[in-house]
Ligand binder design. Structure first.
Ligand code: HEM
Length: 414
């Protein structure tokens, strides 16, 4: 997805806005569309050709309200537009599709491996993925950063989940197929077939992993799920499989696009690159601005549990509401000059990791890995330059790229 609204502030015809269409994100300017909606129709309703409808909220305050208020807006009927009105078999079982208070039990369990403190204790597991990502860049030859970045989270979530390394490349591809089935680069057959076969293969895979584990407890995320008790009983096989799926998806489809989005922004702003490289105290803020700027999860969805008035519109019980995080992160009521990339932005209360009870459980892992990665990039690489055309991912959920050729200029070894 293009991360700027475009030079000329193109005019947007509100009657023709189609937030569903994956081509808006691969070919269009979603930030221009979201800006027009924030100004003119902040709570917007769209009807699809097949009659299904959904609301969209695009302002920061409304996005936070919908994501925070689990009593008015449930996660249990599905949280992504791709599954609009299809129901969610994982509702009440997969953490992301479970409302409090049950949600808290699953969350507390996974937090034992994913809290800031727990991730800090496993920092070493992040060194190899960082080296692997940097290796092609350090040759100084053109390299596709999108392809290299796609493997990065798999390289650490694979370790955190205790999965065999030989399986990681296929798992990385399957997760992208599951969230961007319309994208030609990842399609295997038609889009619906891609989605179904990706889900099927991932569920089969985790089911098999689980059966092969036996009963000996392990100190990884799957081991944690195996020892969790909900309502006095251990989690059943299917519930563990759903949560494995959610963990791998959460890590794989978001983190790579923060890397490419932040590198793109730093290539566009070489002064910011030089400044961040020269002053380590700017590193954390640089990553936060990269998260705000790239907002890799464009939306999450909820269903109203009762009639709710929001932004002058009445949302009826049972209707779907997509909360557009990418738009909230450019809301001019919250961020000064939101379309300016500023690594020294203070405060920077972005919602790239969501808001409320479902705030990203992998946030600490993502933050620490990104900080460590960019620290190494700044230390080893003088600058990064574009080396070809960027291809944008066709997905209304993930804001990302499928190809981003770059050439790095390595620093002289001391
Ligand atoms: C830059 C990287 C990441 C971004 C931008 C991101 C974004 C998000 C967002 C916006 C949510 C909220 C979903 C909702 O409200 O329904 C979320 C939840 C979640 N994320 Fe992440 N995520 C990232 C990395 C990760 C990683 C590394 C993992 C795996 C450890 C992960 C696993 C999850 C899970 C399991 C949830 C559900 C949490 C819950 O329901 O309590 N994410 N993420």
């Amino acid at each position: 997805m293009r991360l700027s609204p475009g030079e000329t502030h193109p005019s947007v015809d509100l009657d023709r806005i189609d937030l569903w269409d994956a081509r808006l994100y691969s070919e269009g300017r979603p930030h221009a569309v979201w800006r027009a909606l924030r100004q003119q129709a902040p709570v917007h309703r769209q009807e699809l050709a097949d009659g299904r409808r959904f609301w969209s909220v695009v302002r920061y305050a409304d996005v936070c309200r919908v994501l925070r208020d689990h009593e008015d807006f449930t996660s249990e009927r599905g949280t992504l537009l791709t599954a609009l009105d299809t129901g969610d078999p994982a509702g009440g079982r997969m953490m992301a599709a479970t409302d409090p208070p049950r949600h808290g039990v699953l969350r507390e369990s996974l937090n034992r491996v994913l809290s800031m403190k727990a991730v800090e204790a496993r920092r070493d597991a992040l060194l190899k993925p960082i080296d692997r990502l940097l290796a092609p860049l350090l040759t100084g030859e053109p390299t596709d950063l999108a392809a290299a970045a796609m493997d990065f989270p798999m390289d650490f979530i694979g370790t955190f989940m205790g999965l065999p390394e030989a399986d990681w490349p296929r798992l990385a591809k399957l997760t992208t197929m599951a969230v961007a089935p319309e994208d030609a680069d990842f399609q295997e057959g038609s889009a619906p077939l891609t989605l179904v076969s990706a889900h099927h293969e991932l569920f089969e895979y985790f089911s098999h992993q689980l059966s092969a584990r036996g009963t000996t407890p392990t100190d990884d995320l799957i081991g944690q799920l195996m020892t969790t008790r909900l309502d006095g009983s251990p989690l059943d096989h299917e519930t563990i499989v759903y949560n494995c799926y959610s963990l791998i998806l959460g890590a794989n489809v978001t983190t790579p696009h923060t890397i490419t989005g932040l590198v793109q922004a730093l290539m566009d702003h070489p002064t910011a690159y030089a400044k961040a490289a020269a002053d380590p105290s700017l590193l954390a803020g640089c990553v936060e601005e990269g998260l705000r700027w790239s907002s890799p999860a464009s939306h999450f969805m909820r269903y109203a549990t009762r009639d709710v008035d929001l932004g002058g519109q009445r949302i009826r019980a049972g209707q779907a509401v997509a909360a557009w995080l990418g738009s909230a992160n450019r809301d001019e009521d919250v961020f000064t000059d939101p379309d300016v990339f500023d690594i020294e932005r203070r405060p920077n209360r972005h919602v790239a990791f969501g808001f409320g009870p479902h705030y990203c459980v992998g946030g600490a892992l993502a933050r620490i890995s990104l900080r460590m990665l960019f620290e190494r990039i700044f230390t080893r690489i003088e600058r990064v330059e574009p080396a070809g055309d960027v291809r944008h991912l066709a997905s209304n959920f993930v804001a990302g790229v499928t190809s981003m050729p770059v050439r790095a200029v390595p620093r002289d070894e001391p």
